[in-house]
Structures are given as C-alpha cells and as structure tokens.
Design a protein around this ligand. Structure first.
Ligand code: PLP
Length: 394
C-alpha cells in the first residue's frame, strides 16, 4: 500500500461525502489486467472496478469506439434516435430472449425500470417477491427490493410492496405468492452477498411458479450479466427465459450504462411518457457497449471466461480447500468466491499491499471478479500473490 500519501487520497478524504470506506489508493491509469497508482505502483486487477471493466483496462477497440463516437456526437436526449443506441437495442435482442430494450445509466436504474414495467404490466397487482440477502441497488425502489434490512436503516419510509423470502428456495416463493403478487425478482447468483449459488434448477422452478400463477419473472443480472459467468447472461446456463432482465455493470466495459431487456408483452406496459431518462443509453455509452459485444464475439471473451474461470477456480481450490478457516470455494465463470469462517478484510488488505486487487463481500467472503480477458499466466500470478497474502494474515 502507499508509503507516502497519494494526493488524491487526501483530497478525497477532505472533500468527498464519507459514504465509502475507501482504501488509501488512487489509480492513475491501467493496461490490460493491471492498474497503476499515484506512487507508480502496479496492481493486478482481480476486481474490475466491481465487475465492470470486463475487457480489462485500455482495450484498444473499446477506446477507439468511445473516442470515435465522442468526436461525432455526445448527447441528444431520448427525444430522438441515434445509431449506437438503436444498434445496441437490436444486438441485445438478437443475443437474448428479449424483444425490446430500455437503456439507462446504471444497475439501480435498470431495476427501477424493471419494477415499474412489472407493476404496469400487472395493473391490478403490485407485490414483488424478492430474496433475503439480495442486492438490487441503492435508490428507493431497488433498496426496498434489496433483502438486506441494514442497508435501509434510517432511510425509511420505503415504498411498500416487496416481500422477502429465503434465497434458493422455490417453495418459499410459491408460499409467498398471493392474488396481489405481480412478479418474482432474483439474482441468478447473489453477488454482494458473497457469490452465493442457488441449488440447480432454482431459476427453472421460479419460471414454472411464475407461469402457473401468471407472474412476471424478473432477473437481476446487473452483476452476473455480460459474460461474467461464462455465458452472456447467467440464465442461459440454466436455460431459463425471464420476462424482464436488468443488466449494467460490464455492459459498456467501464462507461455508465444499464439496460432492461423485456419480452414484447412486458415492454408494452411502458407507453410514451410512462418512464424515461435524460442520459439513458447516450451515444458514447452505447458505442462502448457495442464495442464490448464485438470484442466478446471477435476475441472469444466468453470462452476465455469459462476456461480461465475453471482454471482459476481449480487453483483456488488447491490453495484454499483444506485450510482450517475456509468453508467453501465456489462460483461460475470469473465470478468466484472463497467463504471463510472469519472476516476477509485482513486478507484483502494484505493482497492490496502485495499489489493484488480483490474484494471482501458479506464480511467473510473473498470475492474475485477479474476482467473476462484474464490470462492463465495472470491467474497464476494472482494465485501466488493470494498464497503470500494468506500466509501473512494466518
Ligand atoms: C451492483 C448491483 C446493482 C446496482 O448497480 P448500480 O450500478 O451500482 O446502481 C444491482 N443489482 C446487482 C445484482 C448488483 O450487483
């Protein structure tokens, strides 16, 4: 970690609202899977800025798409059409179950739009069943949906109409359904709660409950989407088609954008004037998202995510399984977690000290979200650094 204070760290401490527990590091630039800080130190990035920088840093095609579009047109509002946004909507439909796409700027906005779409689509019902331990965002609707009461503390009153049940238990969802239920909203894998995988068949069972009861299935793929688990969307791995899917984080490889993918029937609920966003899907963010999808295609990014993900997971098992403090190594693609029986913050701090960015989720989980372009050599380097970090803290 920084020996001398990095100027931006001090400035941030003095002038930014204190809502983040930031590490005392300020980055200046990145290349591939590496970042450099204001002291010139290099870090291997196994975090991707919360699963966002899916192509790593300074990806040439992404950079070219952004600079080219920025040179042409930055913004027009959604009162008009533009080619990057139109093309992005078409590509997302072609690549998924969806017939229509709404573009916004973030994960929480995608969830808000999905909630509004679901409630309008089921006008005589409003309740949405979600899971304990879920994370759907920080704005009021998505915060009310989030199954973590601690995150709501002091921010009430919350919008009503959200019912929380045990994650991974379809019977609990079925039991919560009543004549006022409009939709079921879940993450295919819990991200913020520490890479928690539901039992196999969970999403398929939720799909059949929704079909039986006439409900909409909403998937929060803000974190699991855009290749993170090795398929473009995690629900493909389960062969489940939702009615509405929210995605964001990796979508534009680092620029702010979010998307709601929907069936024709669900999308029909949002008529002119019913919802909107000034910036949503602006030309530059859309061009970036198109470049990300192009790279996935041309550079075999999803296959790399599957293969390097398996390789890294095997390495993590070798390193951690059998360790007295380790409960489980788990995950899919390059969304991996190691659950400990004790807090992982010291391990994450030790890794940072050694030049490796990893994340502590849910207190006792070590979460890894490397760029989807990670190589085996970089996976090996990260595993070596983790091994050293583990020795330092045990
Ligand atoms: C990050 C995240 C969100 C919120 O996204 P923001 O872009 O931070 O608003 C919502 N749902 C899930 C599953 C997430 O991981």
């Amino acid at each position: 970690m920084a020996e001398k204070t990095q100027p931006s760290v001090e400035l941030t401490e003095n002038f930014a609202v204190g809502n983040y527990a930031r590490f005392p590091v300020a980055f200046t630039h990145g290349e591939g899977r590496y970042l450099w800080d204001e002291d010139g130190r290099r870090y291997l990035d196994f975090f991707s800025g919360l699963g966002v920088s899916c192509l790593g840093h300074g990806h040439p095609a992404l950079l070219e798409a952004i600079t080219e579009q920025a040179g042409k047109l930055l913004h027009t509002s959604n009162l008009y059409s533009h080619a990057p946004g139109a093309e992005l909507a078409r590509r997302l439909c072609e690549l998924s179950f969806a017939d229509r796409v709404f573009l916004c700027n973030s994960g929480t906005e995608a969830i808000e739009a999905a909630i509004k779409m679901a409630r309008r689509a089921k006008p005589d019902r409003h309740e949405i069943v979600t899971a304990f331990g879920s994370f759907h965002g920080r704005t009021m609707g998505s915060l009310a949906a989030t199954g973590q009461p601690a995150l709501r503390e002091g921010f009430g009153p919350m919008p009503p109409g959200f019912v929380h049940v045990e994650y991974g238990d379809p019977a609990a969802v079925a039991a919560a359904v009543n004549p006022g239920t409009a939709a079921v909203l879940v993450e295919p894998i819990l991200g913020e709660s520490g890479v928690v995988l539901p039992p196999p068949g969970y999403l398929a069972e939720l799909r059949s409950i929704c079909d039986r009861e006439g409900l909409l299935l909403l998937l929060d793929e803000v974190q699991t989407g855009m290749g993170r688990t090795g398929t473009l969307f995690a629900c493909e791995g389960e062969e489940v088609k939702p009615d509405i899917l929210a995605t964001a984080k990796g979508l534009a490889g680092g620029l702010p954008v979010g998307a709601v993918l929907a069936t024709e029937q669900a999308a029909a609920a949002l008529l002119p004037g019913s919802h909107g966003s000034t910036f949503g899907g602006n030309p530059v963010a859309s061009a970036a998202a198109l470049a990300v999808l192009d790279s996935f295609n041309k550079e075999g990014v999803l296959k790399n995510c599957q293969e390097t993900g398996e390789y890294l997971a095997a390495g993590l098992r070798r390193l951690f399984e059998g360790h007295p403090d380790v409960v489980e190594v788990r995950g899919r693609g390059l969304m991996l977690g190691v659950e400990f029986s004790s807090p992982t913050a010291p391990l994450v701090a030790a890794a940072l000290e050694l030049g490796l960015l990893v994340n502590a989720a849910a207190g006792t989980v070590l979460r890894l979200l490397p760029p989807l372009t990670l190589t085996r050599e970089e996976a090996d380097e990260g595993l070596d650094l983790l091994e050293t970090a583990l020795k330092k803290v045990s």
